[in-house]
Design a protein around this ligand. Structure first.
Ligand SMILES: Nc1ncnc2c1ncn2[C@@H]1O[C@H](COP(=O)(O)OP(=O)(O)OP(=O)(O)O)[C@@H](O)[C@H]1O
Ligand SMILES: [Mg+2]
Length: 227
């Protein structure tokens, strides 16, 4: 299977000398639905930022669809990120003054899609996440679960190769969280590769592959057995 994202002996030390990741190696392949699970402060978000090319490792190599991201110019990397990766965050990060459809259409800003087509595409994807009846609602008039589904639609609208989600159910009650997880499962069955970061072992247990992180290191990967 195609290697979507690979980390090879990746380390990250933040300014001030805080070691957040040490010697992390992992591969996410096309079609996978992976949980990266670990306690608070274990380095999960750091790892997601590196996998998503939002930040650079201090040591080791990150490959995005086979490309060593350190060898790519910043502008090219930004284009690769926009084409290949969709991000979902715990806090949704929706524009408060924008309707659902305009929030999702914003995900096409860098995809070279003509303005008119953007809202059409956005409406199609909102329909796909079950929000075809909420196109004109602003975030303040939606539930938490609906807001996160708008954020997921925005992550999907440019047709990414992979979706990286950092605690996508972290701000949701159990029922809304279950709806979001069901949606991620369905999108994965429909072909999207997805990585979900979570500190919640119950959420992780529902996903087919679990990579366990502790103190900045991978301490287990259900795809390769215990280490
Ligand atoms: N920008 C930063 N500068 C310095 N240290 C940081 C920075 N971001 C994170 N850290 C530190 O790196 C370590 C890993 O943080 P990270 O945010 O990756 O953890 P996490 O597993 O996502 O935690 P949580 O579940 O609480 O979100 C922590 O010790 C944290 O304090
Ligand atoms: Mg985090």
């Amino acid at each position: 299977m195609t290697e979507m994202i690979t980390a090879e002996r990746v380390g990250k030390v933040y300014r001030g000398g805080v070691p957040a990741l040490t010697d992390v190696s992992l591969t996410v392949r096309a079609g996978e639905l992976v949980a990266i699970v670990g306690p608070s402060g274990s380095g999960k978000s750091t790892l997601l930022h590196l996998m998503g090319t939002l930040d650079k490792p201090t040591s080791g190599v990150i490959r995005l669809l086979g490309h060593d991201v350190a060898a790519v110019r910043d502008r090219t990397l930004a284009a690769m990120r926009a084409h290949w990766i969709g991000f979902v965050f715990q806090q949704f990060f929706l524009g408060a003054t924008l309707s659902a459809v305009d929030n999702v259409a914003a995900g096409l800003m860098y995809a070279g899609v003509p303005h008119r087509r953007r809202r059409e595409r956005a409406a199609e994807v909102l329909d796909r996440v079950g929000l075809g009846h909420r196109l004109d609602h602003r975030p303040a008039r939606m539930s938490g679960g609906e807001r996160q589904r708008v954020a997921i639609a925005r992550a999907l609208v440019a047709g990414p190769a992979i979706v990286l989600a950092d605690e996508p159910t972290g701000n949701l009650d159990t029922a809304s969280g279950a709806v979001v997880l069901d949606l991620l499962h369905r999108l994965n069955r429909e072909g999207t590769t997805i990585v979900v970061i979570t500190h919640d072992t119950e959420v992780a247990e529902r996903l087919p592959r679990r990579i366990r992180v502790r103190d900045g290191a991978v301490v287990g990967d259900s795809a390769v057995g215990a280490r």
